[in-house]
Design a protein around this ligand. Sequence first.
Ligand code: PFF
Length: 456
Amino acid sequence: NTTTSSAKLARDGFTSSFGVLAATLGSAVGLGNIWKFPYLTGANGGASFLLVYLLATLLVGLPVMISEIMLGRAAKRDAVSSLKILAPAGQPWWLIGAFGVLAAFLIMSFYSEVAAWVFAYVFKAMGGSILSSDPAVTSAAFAALVADPVQSLLWQWGVLLFIGGILLLGVSKGIEAVTKKLMPVLFLLLIVLGVRSLMLPGAAQGLSFLFTPDFSKITAGVVLTAMGLAFFKLSIGMGTMITYGSYFKDDQNIPLTTLRVMGADLFVSMLAGIAIFPAVFSFGFEPAAGPSLVFITIPAVFASMPFGHVFMVLFFVLTAIAATGAMLSILEVPVSVMVGRFGVSRPRAVLFTLLLLAAIGSTCALSGSLLADFKLFGLNMFDLFDEVSSKLIMPAGGIALCLFVGWVWGFDRMRDALSNHGQLQNEGLLRALFFVIRYVTPLLVLLVMLSGLGVF
Ligand code: PFF
C-alpha cells in the first residue's frame, strides 16, 4: 500500500525497539525519581508506601499509560489531532490534548528551572565551589544561586537551548538517538553511586529509613499522594504518552513495553533511594525533601566522604541526564501539535516553544528573587504551576482518557490496537484491562483530584 508507506516516510518516529524503550523510559525517569520518590517513600511508611505506590501504578498508571500510547499509535498524530480523528465528529475529546499543551508549558516552566540548578551544579561540583560538609555553607551557596536573577535566568535559558537543540534534530535522530546513549549511562552511574553509598559505615540505617514498613503511616492522604506521584512519575494525563505513542513502531507490544517502562522506572527510583539515604545517614544528616535534599544535603554528604568530589560530579551529571529525557518529552507535546495541527515547520515550532517558555518560565526562574512576593492564590508561580498541573490537569486528563477509551472508543478497537491487529493473543488480560479503564481508574482518579482540591 503506497499511501501508507509514503505517509510513514513523511513522519518521523522511533526506529528500534530499544529506541522506543529508551525514549519512553527517558520521559518517565526524571527529577521525580531523585527528589520526590525516595523521600516520599521514606517519610510515608517505607515498604508500606511502596506497596501503595505499586497499587497506584497498576490501577492508575498502567491503564492510563497503555491507553495514551495506544491512541497515539492508532492515530499517528500529535496529542490534539489524534483525539480529533479518533473521536466521533463534534465531540470535544481533543481538549485533552489542548490541556496537555497547557500542562506542558506549566510543568516545563518550573521543571526547567530545577534542571537549571542541576546543570549549574554540575559545573559548580567540578569547580569544587559547593564542596563543604557544613550544611550551613551549602545552604548559603544554594540560596545565593536562587536569589540571583541573572544566574537563574541564564541557566534556565541555557537548558532550554540545549533541549531545543536536541529537538531540532528530530524524533529519531534527536530524541531517540540521545536517550539511547544517555539511559545506559544513567543506569551505570546510579549503580556506581548505589554501591558506593552501601559500602559506607552505617548504611543500614538509610536502608531501614527507606524500606521498614510502617502501615500506621498509610492514611487516606498518603494513598492519594502515592497516586499523584504515579501521574507525575509516569508522565501521563497530559498527552506526552499520546505523542510518544504516535512514534511507536507498529509491531511494538504496547502493554509489555509499558510494563517494562514502569518496572525500570521503579528500579531507578529505588536505586536513587539506595544511592542517597545510606550516605545521608552515614554522615549523620537529616533526610529532607525537594530542593534542600538535592542542593543542600547531598553536596554536604559528598563533601564528607573520600573522593566525594568525584562522586558529587557523577551525581549531578546523572540528575542532569534524568532531567534531559523528561524535558525532551514535555516539549515534544507542544512542538508536535504545532507541526501536526498548524503545519508549522519543526524548527519554527521549536523556536516558538522556546520563546514562549523563556517568557512563562522566567516567572519561575525569578520566583526566588525579583518575583518572590508575587503570588496568586497564596502561591508563587513556581508552586502554582506545579500544583495546577499535577493536581488538576493531569488527573483530569487521566479521567477523560479512560472515559474516552472505556465508553467511546470501546473494547473492539482497543483489542485490535493492543493485539497489533490480532497478532498478539491475550483476550482475558485485555478484558480485565478494559474493565479497569472503564470503571476502576476513572473513579480512583476522581478521588485523587477531589482530595487535591481539598474537598475531603
Ligand atoms: N516523569 C518525569 C519525572 O518523574 O521527573 C516528569 C514528567 C515528564 C512529567 C514528562 C510530565 C511529563 F510529560
